[in-house]
Each structure stands twice: as C-alpha cells, then as structure tokens.
Write a protein that binds this ligand. Structure first.
Ligand code: MN
Length: 396
C-alpha cells in the first residue's frame, strides 16, 4: 500500500459515519416470541446511553436514529429534553422515523388507507415528525410504510398509489431548508400479497413525485433473493436519488443480521459502486448510512460494535480498488483483469490502517475488547435486570 492510498483511506474514514438505531438496544423478538435480555434498554435515556457506548468505542457513530412513537411519546414537546439527554451521552439525534404502522387505525394501511381520516392521521403524525426533526436539528425523516394487502383483489392498487403520492407531496411541503425525506421500499412483510412501495422503482417514482427533498433509502434486507443490490445503488446514484442506507445482512428474507455476517462481498460491491461513482464524478455521495438491526440473541451493544467495525473495514477495502485500471479493463472487455481489480482490493488487509486511524482518533484499537473491559454491561445489567426479568415474552 502506498502513501497516497494510506492518506486516502485515513481521510475517508474521518468522514465515514454510521447512525445506530435507538430500537436496536431494546428488547425485540420474532413472530413467535421474545427472548428478553437483562441488559436491554427500555427508556430513551437508556437507549441513548447504550448508543453513546458504541460511539465512544468506535468513534464513528455520533448520531442515533429515533422512533417517534417509542422515543417521543409527547411529540415535539419531548424534543429539547431528548436532545439534551443525547448530548449528555456524547451523541446527537439523527434520522426521525415516524411510526404509522402500530396503532390499530393502521390495520388496512396509513397513507394508502381507503379511509381519508386515517390517511390524514398518518399525515398529521408525519408532519409532527418534521417539527421534531427541526426542533432536534436532525436532517432526515426516514419513511417506511407497512402498507399493503394480503389477498388479491382486496385493495385498489392504483388508488393507493395516488394516495401515497398525495400524502408524500403534502409531507414534502412541511420540510424546512436542508431537511430531507427518505422513502424506503420493501417487497413483502407484514403484507404478503402486495406492498404499496414494493421496490426501488416505486420508491423512486414516489420520491420524484413528492419533490426535490425526497430521496430513496435502500435497506439491504428489503429485496428478493439474488437481487443485484449494487446495480440498484449504481442506478440511484446516477439518477441523483440515493439518500440513505439501512445496513444489515440476511440469508433468507429481512433477517436483520449483523452486517457482513453472511455476505461481506456484497457489501464490498455496494461500497465499490459508490466509490467508483465518486472517483469518476469528483463529487461526494451524500448518503446517510444507518444500521437497521435489532438483535434478539446476541448482546445488542456488542452486535452493534461488530456491525460498525465490519462496515469500516469493508468500506476501507472499497477505497483501494484501482479505478483507473478498472475503467480501462472494462472498456477493453478484459474480463479477468477487471474482476481482479475488485477481488484484489477485497482481499487486502486494511486492519493496520484502521488501527492507525483509531489511534489518531483516540478510540480503542479493539472496540469490542475495550467495551467488554469497560464494565458498562455489568453496571447496566444490575440496573435493568429486575425490570427485564418481568418483560413480556409471549404474544398470547
Ligand atoms: Mn429499514
């Protein structure tokens, strides 16, 4: 590795930030039940404290995504208080996630609900989120909808598309200067026949229809098996419409597993498309990187540290692709040489560079080990275990 590459990686790591989700520190479950963890966070203060640990040990997670219904029960009047708690733990409030899927009124959808009163309730909740976003100094409102249907013929697909377009356009009108809204897509679950925003094409059209502050968010778990996600990334970049990422890994569906645990090369290919675009255009991709995982078996803070450190390593590898050589090989259809440009970068050992970056930033060389030795987990387990032992694990 030469000096130019070393500087490139160190400077890029300085800019590389990943947001962690508040809900990733709370007890969570599957469709069948929850295995509660004695150290799991319940209050927003506990979640921000845990997120602060991830940032303290990794140095690259300064913001926390929040869920409005769970973390701001009193809406915008909680904004100042939550912001103060965040800064006490060394983090800030990141993307604001509306919740228009939990209340009973959303049984048949939110913005796509045939009942105009429910569509209005969803819109009111989301415009409240725009106010919370402004009050906390956060930039992005991250939109995921559970809307869809379970049986053919039961919902009017084109009417619902229209209602979504109208709702998103109305929300866009409430965004202030510098704010953005990110439209996430997912092909199935919880709906099993049709989802109103099923794929990146629908998300792209809705975002374009909503207005220029709307972009698309790609969640790595929200695709059909074998879909080429890096191609979607390349297209959205070329269209100027890639706004954010939800990182996780999966084997089957939306498994929300630790990043890079199943297919690290896929993550590398995604980062590569982003870096290749930056290298060719000279621009910097303005993408909000966030983790969207909730571990029900692994320790939550440890799994978050694993995800973040894996992201740094794989991102660093993607910086080391020889883009000039790659472009020439692609133009000449030198297939083996072109592919080797990717494979060789993926195989490089970037750990020494990452250790150098950590030393320069004053964060531990081994974040996981440092967290384990800090005694934090034992302390919060003692504080929280009585409550978590009483947590409900069954849906019956
Ligand atoms: Mn997501």
């Amino acid at each position: 590795m030469n000096e130019t590459q070393r500087t490139l990686v160190l400077e890029a790591l300085d800019r590389f930030e990943i947001e962690v989700p508040s809900w990733g520190f709370a007890n969570t479950g599957t469709r069948f039940g929850k295995f509660t963890q004695l150290a799991a966070a319940s209050t927003i203060e506990e979640k921000l404290s845990d997120a602060g640990q991830v940032h303290r040990h990794t140095g690259c997670c300064p913001s926390v995504a929040v869920h409005v219904l769970w973390d701001f029960p009193n809406g915008v009047s909680d904004a100042n208080g939550v912001g103060r708690i965040a800064s006490r733990y060394g983090v800030r409030i990141g993307s604001i996630n509306p919740n228009v899927f939990q209340d009973q009124c959303y049984k048949h959808g939110s913005l796509g609900n045939p009942d105009p009163a429910v569509r209005q309730a969803a819109l009111d909740h989301m415009t409240g989120c725009a106010r919370i976003s402004a009050a906390t100094g956060s930039r992005d409102i991250s939109l995921w909808f559970a809307d869809g249907s379970n049986y053919p013929g039961t919902q009017h697909i084109r009417k619902r598309r229209r209602w979504f377009l109208d709702g998103l356009r109305a929300l866009h009108g409430h965004l202030g200067e510098g704010q953005r809204m990110l439209v996430e897509y997912k092909p199935f679950e919880p709906a099993f026949y049709h989802t109103d925003i099923a794929d990146w094409g629908m998300a792209l059209l809705l975002a374009r229809g909503a207005g220029e502050k709307a972009k698309v968010l790609v969640d790595l778990g929200h695709h059909y098996q074998a879909q080429n996600i890096e191609q979607i990334v390349a297209w959205l970049l070329a269209e100027g419409m890639l706004g954010g990422f939800h990182f996780n890994d999966r084997r089957y569906a939306d498994d929300d597993l630790t990043l890079g645990s199943i297919d690290p090369y896929q993550l590398f290919r995604i980062f590569h498309e982003i870096r290749f675009w930056e290298w060719e255009t000279g621009a910097r991709a303005d993408i909000a990187y966030m983790i969207d995982q909730s571990h029900n078996l692994k320790g939550k803070i440890e799994a978050m540290i694993q995800s973040v450190t894996r992201a740094q390593e794989i991102y660093a590898k993607s910086l080391l692709v020889d883009h000039a050589a790659l472009g020439k090989h692609q133009d000449a259809c030198n297939l083996v040489d072109a592919e080797e440009c990717l494979q060789e970068a993926f195989a490089l050992d970037v750990k020494p560079l990452i250790l150098e970056w950590r030393r320069a930033r004053g964060v531990p060389e081994n974040p996981l080990k440092a967290f384990r030795e800090s005694g934090y987990l034992e302390r919060v387990t003692a504080d929280r275990e009585a409550r978590n032992r009483g947590a409900v694990a069954s849906y019956a």
